[in-house]
Ligand binder design. Structure first.
Ligand SMILES: Nc1ncnc2c1ncn2[C@@H]1O[C@H](COP(=O)(O)OP(=O)(O)OP(=O)(O)O)[C@@H](O)[C@H]1O
Ligand SMILES: [Mg+2]
Length: 423
């Protein structure tokens, strides 16, 4: 038996075959129709669309045969793909190349074979449309022409399948990139909105500051006058004035926040600061109040590191993170906050983290909480500016503020550049 020779362009041929992505696909009626037609026209019980893979021939469509593939070494089609025209064997049992072929000596006892090559547009032959009979035979000129025409129809089907697939892929690519463009547009709009919101906030804050200090000054003046007059009838007025002063203080706190928000964290007072200094100062600011409400603040896994940052700004960020954490655990049975330093994935950075035993933040709120004026706290308790200011302050120091999703508890992380030069 003679094994089929590999064509000279075998690697290109295999690449062309794989590009159709047809091997091992499900049967399809259009191809089934073609093999049925071929077997009728040529008067053979068997007809196949056979694709010659690296080591096997696989049948995309078949009539009159059960197996879906055979080894390439014993295949007739392996020989047929080396021909540009029809490859025909009248009686395989008399042909020295096939006489002892197991497909001839055993089932399906092939005698007659005719295969038209499946030629790609570049001229490589990826398989055949072939007809087989258990009796010797020969095709007429008309049958040969018909088999060749049908093999061209098979290739046209393969080609349109390929272009449909690449159009689909192109469509998906287009969809993905237009989705990306939309996302970027939304981000840009948000950034623009935040920028103008910052500018507006800064403007309003400046405008309100002056009249507010006039109210504050006059309220203080009247309070002092009424207190010195010792008239008991003035108590009600003093109570009302105390309310005015409290409200004014609250408004100035909001304005302070708005001014900070609009400053977008310019790098002005950057210094070399030890993380321990920031953490100890922030913890001592909150410890008194936290102890009162039974919240334990633990300084956790500590390795000190020199950061390049502004002490005042970083303290403001960490204090806000601690006070948010404290608010998140109030009322719970298990109340603790852990604060510490850790290495960053980026070598030149170090991180300060704040973890709390609170109930966590739902994924759908993660984006929102970083936006200015978003708060879940009762009126008068939070301005909703803490995190957006903190995030701006972090960015202004070349750092970032993020939530570490890998932790089981809520974990806010402030990442800042390390002071590598040690100055
Ligand atoms: N550790 C946390 N656990 C659960 N929710 C949190 C935590 N930190 C922040 N949040 C949520 O994020 C919201 C926004 O926080 P942010 O610090 O920006 O404003 P605030 O604390 O509400 O007000 P402000 O800080 O201005 O006083 C909070 O109202 C809260 O809902
Ligand atoms: Mg806050």
């Amino acid at each position: 038996m003679q094994k089929p020779q590999r064509p000279a362009n075998e690697s290109v041929r295999l690449r062309d075959l794989l590009e159709y992505e047809i091997l091992d696909t499900e049967p399809e009626s259009s191809y089934e129709d073609i093999v049925r037609l071929a077997s009728q026209i040529c008067g053979t019980p068997v007809a196949l669309i056979s694709l010659v893979d690296e080591d096997r021939q696989w049948f995309k469509a078949r009539v009159g045969i059960d197996s879906s593939e055979t080894s390439r070494d014993i295949s007739f089609c392996g020989h047929a793909i080396n021909n540009q025209g029809i490859f025909e064997i009248g009686d395989a049992s008399l042909d020295p190349r096939f006489a002892d072929n197991p497909l001839v000596t055993g089932g399906p006892a092939v005698r007659f074979y005719a295969g038209a090559p499946l030629l790609t547009p570049t001229g490589t032959s990826i398989g055949t449309l072939c007809v087989i009979a258990p009796k010797p035979g020969a095709l007429t000129v008309e049958q040969k022409l018909a088999l060749e025409s049908l093999s061209k129809i098979v290739m046209r089907e393969f080609e349109s399948r390929k272009s449909l697939k690449s159009s689909k892929e192109l469509f998906i690519q287009l969809q993905n990139s237009s989705k990306k463009v939309e996302e970027q547009k939304a981000q840009l709009i948000r950034a623009e909105k935040l920028k103008s919101l910052g500018e507006i906030a800064g403007g309003i804050a400046h405008e309100i500051n002056t009249p507010l200090s006039v109210i504050q000054f006059n309220a203080g003046f009247i309070t002092r006058r009424l207190e010195s007059s010792l008239d008991p009838d003035h108590q009600e007025l003093l109570d009302k004035l105390a309310k005015i002063t409290k409200t004014v203080t609250r408004i100035s706190e909001i304005i302070k926040g708005m001014l900070l928000f609009s400053r977008d964290g310019a790098v002005d007072d950057i210094d070399s600061i030890l993380a321990s200094q920031i953490i100890n100062s922030a913890v001592s600011l909150l410890r008194g109040n936290s102890n009162q409400i039974g919240v334990e603040i633990i300084i956790d896994g500590f390795e000190d590191v020199n950061l390049r940052c502004s002490l005042q700004k970083t303290l403001q960020i960490v204090t806000n993170l601690l006070s948010n954490a404290r608010d998140a655990v109030i009322g719970l049975e298990d109340k603790w906050i852990k604060i510490g330093t850790r290495a960053s994935k980026t070598e030149d950075f170090a991180e300060i983290y704040v973890i709390d035993s609170g109930l966590g933040i739902l994924p759908e709120f993660r984006q929102k909480i970083m936006q200015p004026f978003y708060t879940t706290k009762p009126v008068g308790k939070g301005t909703g500016l803490g995190l957006s200011i903190s995030s701006n302050l972090a960015k202004g120091q070349r750092g970032s503020l993020y939530i570490d999703d890998a932790q089981p508890n809520t974990c806010f992380v402030l990442s800042l550049p390390k002071n590598v030069r040690g100055v």
